[in-house]
Design a protein around this ligand. Structure first.
Ligand code: ADP
Length: 319
């Protein structure tokens, strides 16, 4: 291969820039020309493609978001849309594509491989909801953002002796809620992967209150519903004042942590190596701190597994 391209797609995540940088620089190291596709698959269909140089990825390793921008595209889900994309790649002489994004983006990448364009996926999402990898790029940064926010909320919760219900992102996955809950010492964590019993949550609040606890923090994953609903039920059943905080999109932004920069650098470079080794239709992952690659088909057929032992641990530490 002489020319390859990289794009970012779906929800953005901190560390995507570090992955783009790694891919561009690794390609240059191998003497291969890298192109950047702007605005994800939407931009690919419209030919928003530009050559990238060593300098075009300078000064971005520490920046959140993605310099290539991201987009969602309904048209690309159609056969005609995918053919447009393939035509653009052929016109530019591009022989392989790296897709940084989530599972939706990987399904799109699979379609391109079926149409003769070798693709490699790099998992970039704050949700950590991709199977076959221990971590996705952006998860650690979002986790740290949440923990920092909870620490601040804890200060005011203590001063006012209130119960705070904090809703965090993660789509259908509870990883962000679970890890943040344990790291910030929340009293209860409500996630889609584990059944929760409101009687138990209320009893834990009362038990804390009996031993003189002045405040409580409950983390709710967005995948189980709205924090406001839980707050209302707790208020009805305890008579205590509750406050709701929905952290929202601040969780998507910010300078990536050192962990995410490391992960992105390793994965971005590995994606280039895989393409040049003739691999296709695969996703890069990290398992036990080793970079691995797995077939898209296998990865997408599985369900992401949350580590329930962390949930059990959090319960035993928050009594
Ligand atoms: P994420 O990659 O973060 O999961 P999305 O699910 O929104 O985000 O997917 C990003 C884009 O990937 C979509 O807007 C669409 O263009 C493309 N895509 C998603 N699913 C498919 C599919 N089944 N076939 C083709 N393209 C898809």
């Amino acid at each position: 291969m002489q020319k390859i391209a990289v794009l970012t797609s779906g929800g953005d995540s901190p560390g995507m820039n570090a992955a783009i940088r790694a891919a561009v620089r690794r390609a240059a190291y191998h003497g291969v020309q890298m192109y950047g596709v702007y605005h994800g698959y939407e931009g690919l269909m419209r030919g928003h493609i530009q050559e990238m140089t060593l300098g075009s990825v300078g000064d971005i390793i520490h920046r959140g978001g993605t310099i290539l921008f991201s987009a969602r595209s309904e048209e690309f889900k159609t056969e005609a849309g995918q053919e447009k994309a393939v035509r653009q790649l052929h016109e530019h002489g591009i022989e392989g594509l790296i897709v940084i994004g989530g599972d939706g983006s990987f399904r799109g990448a699979q379609k391109l491989t079926e149409k003769g364009i070798p693709t490699i996926g790099v998992p970039g999402t704050i949700d950590n909801d991709i199977p076959c990898t221990d971590f996705t790029i952006g998860f650690d940064t979002a986790l740290n953002t949440i923990v920092e926010a909870i620490d601040k909320i804890r200060d005011t919760a203590t001063s006012h002796e209130r119960t705070y219900i904090i809703e965090v992102m993660g789509r259908d996955a509870g990883d962000l809620a679970l890890w943040a809950g344990l790291a910030a010492g929340a009293e209860s964590i409500i996630i889609p992967e584990a059944d929760h019993d409101m009687n138990d949550i209320i009893e834990r609040l009362h038990a804390g209150n009996r031993r003189g606890k002045k405040h409580s923090i409950i983390i709710v994953a967005e995948g189980v519903g709205s924090a406001a609903t839980y707050a209302e039920e707790i208020k009805q059943r305890t008579g205590w004042e509750t406050r709701v905080t929905v952290l929202g999109h601040i969780q998507r932004g910010g300078s990536p942590t050192a962990f995410d920069r490391m992960l992105a650098s390793r994965m971005g470079a590995a994606a280039v190596d895989l393409l040049l080794e003739g691999k296709r239709d695969r996703m890069v992952g990290i398992r036990n701190n080793q970079i691995v690659d797995v077939d898209f088909k296998d990865a997408l057929a599985q369900k992401h597994q949350l580590d329930l032992s962390i949930y059990q641990l959090a319960r035993t530490l928050s009594i």
